[in-house]
Design a protein around this ligand. Sequence first.
Ligand code: SF4
Ligand code: SF4
Length: 129
Amino acid sequence: MVDEHNLLGWSEFEAGATLFSFEGDRADNIFHENNSVKHSVADWRVLKPIFNAAGCIHCQFCWISCPDTSIVSTDRKFERIDYDHCKGCGLCSDVCPTNPKSLIMFPNQVQPEDAIKAWPAKAEKKKEQ
Ligand code: SF4
Ligand code: SF4
């Protein structure tokens, strides 16, 4: 169990310090106590992506584009969003190709069930003149 009170804050590390992800050999898969995997680092998020499974084609564009590895996929299927690490950058929503998008950014306090009720309808393609 990590003692949160004994961890260094970001401003206490020397400039250029390296934070190792794992204790010892990576193969042991034991995360270092400073690794963010055990801590929520999403405090500054203002918007959050909400997922609507209705139109998802499991293309994995969101998974490969997320800079925080916060899209969790299993067997190449969208599984969930890791809200402990998602920073709300919106890239996943930007790259989602479905119509309507299957990931849309909402204010952080919006509940998924309310977002699903407010989901936009399929947009009509504009006819070329
Ligand atoms: S980008 Fe959109 S359609 Fe593709 S897997 Fe992600 S949510 Fe689903
Ligand atoms: S909003 Fe940004 S950080 Fe969050 S899941 Fe989407 S791409 Fe990742």
